[in-house]
Write a new protein. Structure first.
Length: 152
């Protein structure tokens, strides 16, 4: 049994195929980074999520690597760890964007005219709902998520 499988089994989390295993592996990877760098990992993750959510759609792998290197220097972590974490968080950012779009659809359903006239009200409501769903995200990340959806 792999180390992460044993860890998940010890926490009462069954090892299932698909997303559950991926999330367990991600959680273990982040735990190892927390052991190595301390609690600053959450701040690093928030900055990387913000990067993914606010980047230009025309950005390249070189841009992503440069951002990871900048954040590695800013938080005094190994550049290789920063690149790995940056790649892992790309999927999380995509999942968060999809969840934000779904929440936005629920918020504006039946009240489209009101929210078209007042997009800032829809954005505030969306940020509030996102904060409930993504409690570990910084306000800056939640704002970028909401801006990406409401600003479309």
């Amino acid at each position: 049994m792999a180390e992460w499988e044993a860890k998940l089994a010890g926490e009462g989390m069954g090892v299932e195929a698909g997303e559950g295993v991926d999330k367990g592996a991600e959680a273990l990877k982040r735990e190892k980074l927390e052991e190595k760098y301390g609690k600053a990992v959450k701040d690093i993750q928030n900055e990387m999520l913000y990067y993914w959510l606010s980047r230009s759609p025309l950005s390249t792998w070189g841009d992503h690597k440069q951002a990871a290197d900048r954040l590695a220097k800013q938080f005094s972590i190994d550049s290789t760890d920063a690149v790995v974490l940056m790649e892992d968080l790309q999927d999380e950012a995509t999942r968060a964007e999809l969840a934000a779009r779904e929440l936005y659809r629920k918020i504006i359903s039946g009240r489209v005219a009101m929210f078209i006239a007042r997009p800032e009200a829809a954005k505030r409501q969306l940020i509030s709902k996102l904060a409930e769903q993504f409690s570990g995200y910084s306000y800056k990340v939640l704002d970028a998520l909401a801006q990406g959806v409401v600003g479309e």
